[in-house]
Write a protein that binds this ligand. Structure first.
Ligand SMILES: C[S@@+](CC[C@H](N)C(=O)[O-])C[C@H]1O[C@@H](n2cnc3c(N)ncnc32)[C@H](O)[C@@H]1O
Length: 229
């Protein structure tokens, strides 16, 4: 049985008042954080693995947790190669069955992995952000992807970007940030997974009776979005 989970509570009743300022800042100031050695090594392995797969569309599963979604996406998109990235060695090591040949799990920090992917010229056909940590405290806006300095890199990679969350406000803020940074409008919609869960968090939230939300947006490849490039 899946444990029940409580809906997100936050003092925020609408999009964070600093969101627009954070996005403006991310678009203007380069992210100076050095790339961690372990992520550079993990990226190199992913690059070599990808090169062995030939010219196939790329699907990124960013923050893949235990990698169930990576496995399911690899089955759903057999023509593509699917790379699941998560920083938690513990989650990645859990046994969720064999990995399809077209899937790879990578332990890495996304903030660095995304920057390396863009520098390498990767252009994912699809990019999934499935149930990212919500950081509901207003003071933690900068830890949500829409308030993080890496946002321009996420968007610059382009492709069909899909975000899912059990916190509607997270998806609404992300849509506002996408529109501000790229001019592309993204619609926030209620999402009913039925029995076809993509991730353990999706299953847990749905079985706890929580509504789920998502945004799907087609973005152009635009490396110039990232300041200092
Ligand atoms: C709430 S869990 C969702 C996991 C999975 N997508 C699911 O729906 O079951 C968020 C995941 O994002 C990962 N994560 C958060 N920040 C990260 C970062 N900077 N780099 C890599 N992984 C990160 C966490 O380790 C965690 O597994």
């Amino acid at each position: 049985m899946t444990p029940r989970s409580r809906a997100i509570t936050s003092r925020q009743t609408g999009p964070h008042e600093d969101l627009s300022r954070r996005v403006t800042r991310a678009l203007a100031h380069p992210l100076r954080k050095p790339i961690a050695v372990h992520t550079r090594e993990a990226f190199d392995q992913a690059r070599l693995w990808r090169a062995e797969q030939g010219e196939r569309p790329l699907v990124l599963d960013a923050g893949c947790g235990v990698g169930l979604s990576t496995r399911r996406l690899a089955v759903r998109f057999p023509e593509a190669v699917v790379i699941g990235i998560d920083r938690s060695a513990d989650r990645l090591s859990r046994d969720h069955g064999p990995l399809p040949d077209n899937a790879l799990l990578v332990r890495a920090d996304l903030v660095d992995f995304w920057r390396l992917a863009l520098a390498e010229g990767w252009r994912p056909a699809r990019h999934f952000l499935l149930y990212p940590n919500p950081y509901p405290k207003p003071a933690h806006l900068k830890m949500r992807w829409q308030g993080h300095p890496v946002l321009p890199t996420i968007l610059a990679l382009g492709g069909c970007l899909e975000l899912r969350s059990n916190w509607r406000l997270y998806v609404e803020e992300f849509a506002l940030a996408v529109a501000q940074a790229t001019g592309v409008a993204a619609t926030v919609e209620a999402f009913e997974p039925g029995a076809a869960f993509l991730t353990p968090f999706e299953r847990k939230y749905h079985e706890s009776g929580q509504p789920l939300w998502r945004l799907v947006v087609e973005l152009p490849y635009r490396p110039a979005l990232v300041p200092g490039t």
